[in-house]
Write a protein that binds this ligand. Structure first.
Ligand SMILES: Cc1cc2nc3c(=O)[nH]c(=O)nc-3n(C[C@H](O)[C@H](O)[C@H](O)COP(=O)(O)OP(=O)(O)OC[C@H]3O[C@@H](n4cnc5c(N)ncnc54)[C@H](O)[C@@H]3O)c2cc1C
Length: 446
């Protein structure tokens, strides 16, 4: 049986950052993921926003971590060589009766220490974002809001964790947990694993995973969201636009992503099929988009996708508004239902869990920890870097080969590492070539 000081269950962005931050300490670490790659769950389908921190209740851990996570995002993205755009955001309303709601957000922001926020008149907001429908009553401007690619950030944290000595077991599902005097035994689809600390980062299944050993305490109710993705060539707003639900529509969000695409997300929906879209949902999203951004050319939509949100609630039915980190027994920690702003706070949550585990294990600092990770290079003195396979995004064979070397085993895994297949043709021209390279490197075509 393998033995580790700490095992992280789940390789989403949170598990990857927890593993990375455990390695800041002398803690032998294993990351266990049931799929063949990391960042394929909630992390692959969300809004990619680095929140400013004015939405969260003053004094809550969400508020504190969001403001800190936002402030630290430049240095984190520099360390991990991940692009980050601090594009700023506008929260707009078309109803005078909704202005007090915006004023409350502004006050929340002030209390939470969000820098540079201010109220704009409708004219000021329209001048900043001429594509918005005219008639804005007021807007809150938050210059610190930004956007980062969630799976790129998660994969970068994963690579940095591995580079610092974390071990990984992919295609391994934890199916049972036993408690022993010396810690925990994890019964998996492969070998059993012994450890002193368990950190449950199982995303949509985190409640069920904790119930493998403990009585139910917190449960998850899942709901959905739908998204449209526009071609980077489409004319788009420069700031993230949050639309407060009002007479102009239900409240969509438009996000000019760091890669250049515009992402549009709608309101919460009851979940039908996880990660799927519905015809009615998309119809409504198009209609709300036309109302808010009448000049947006929606013929430039190249993709739509569905997302799943885990909402935590107590056995009593009461919902849990703050981050829920449970500690049902010494050395066992569960992150349950970490939804928005989990991406913004991913490194902060990882740091916090690393410190909890280190205190429990009385671990020393790892003086060899290196926070820097190199991104896949765009150019190299190698003929493979002159051969473009993904024409839309101009991704070369060399980059794709490097993505495979770094752990991509599927076309989707390559896409999440280098951005191939993200453009206008959505991979219709390069998929077969990437499949061929995957097969040549021992991975069956997916
Ligand atoms: C619709 C939506 C929009 C969002 N937008 C934003 C945003 O704009 N900004 C922001 O800051 N945050 C946002 N968030 C929040 C953020 O996306 C999440 O907090 C974050 O992605 C959660 O990551 P995770 O690692 O917990 O989950 P996941 O990414 O789902 O990872 C969990 C992993 O655990 C694995 N697993 C599960 N069970 C087992 C098992 N038994 N054994 C082994 N492995 C297992 C799964 O395969 C999965 O890979 C959004 C969330 C949603 C749902």
């Amino acid at each position: 049986m393998k033995r580790f000081d700490a095992v992280v269950i789940g390789g989403g962005i949170l598990g990857c950052f927890v593993a990375r931050n455990l390695r800041r300490w002398n803690i032998s670490t294993l990351l266990v993921e049931k799929e063949g790659d990391v960042c394929t769950g909630i992390t692959r389908a969300n809004s990619a926003i680095v929140y400013a921190g004015y939405d969260n209740k003053p004094g809550s851990s969400k508020a504190e971590m969001t403001v800190r996570g936002n402030a630290n995002m430049d240095s984190l993205c520099e360390e991990l060589e991940v692009p980050f755009s601090r594009c700023g955001s506008l929260l707009v309303t078309y109803d005078v009766s909704s202005v007090p709601k915006l004023e409350r957000k502004l006050e929340n922001g002030r209390q939470n220490g969000v820098a540079g926020m201010r109220m704009l008149t409708g004219e000021e907001a329209e001048a900043m974002e001429p594509m918005l429908k005219k008639g804005i009553a007021a807007a809150v401007y938050a210059p610190s809001t930004g956007t980062v690619n969630p799976w790129q950030l998660g994969i970068a944290a994963y690579e940095n964790a591995v580079q610092n000595g974390a071990q990984v077991s992919l295609n391994t599902s934890v199916n049972g947990i036993r408690r022993e005097d010396s810690g925990y035994i994890l019964l998996t689809s492969g070998e059993s694993i012994a450890c002193k600390v368990v950190i449950n980062c199982a995303g949509l299944y985190a409640d069920q995973l904790q119930q493998l050993l403990f009585p139910p305490s917190t449960r998850l109710k899942l709901d959905g969201a739908e998204y449209l993705v526009l071609d980077p060539l489409a004319r788009k707003p420069e700031h993230i636009i949050f639309h407060q639900a009002d007479s102009c529509g239900k409240g969509i969000t438009a996000i000019p992503c760091v890669e250049g695409n515009l992402l549009i997300s709608g309101v919460r929906k009851d979940l039908t099929v996880p990660f799927a879209t519905t015809a009615e949902g998309l119809e409504e999203l198009y209609a709300d988009t036309h109302r808010l951004l009448p000049e947006l050319d929606t013929s430039m939509v190249i993709r739509s996708f569905g997302a799943v949100r885990p909402n935590p609630y107590r056995e009593s039915g009461e919902s849990i508004p703050d981050f829920c980190v449970e500690n049902p027994a010494p050395g066992f920690y569960s992150l349950i239902g970490i939804k928005t702003p989990g991406l913004t706070c991913s490194n902060e949550l990882g740091l916090a869990l690393g410190e909890k585990a280190a205190a429990f294990l009385q671990a020393e600092k790892n003086i060899c920890f290196n926070p820097h990770r190199k991104a896949i290079e765009k150019k190299k003195e190698d003929p493979d870097y002159c051969q473009i396979l993904c024409q839309c995004e101009r991704i070369t064979k060399g980059e794709i080969m490097e993505a495979i070397r770094r752990g991509a085993t599927t076309v989707d895994g390559v896409k999440r590492r280098v951005g191939s297949g993200m453009g206008r043709c959505q991979g219709s021209r390069c998929t077969w070539e990437i499949e061929k390279l995957l097969e040549e490197n021992g991975h069956g075509a997916i």
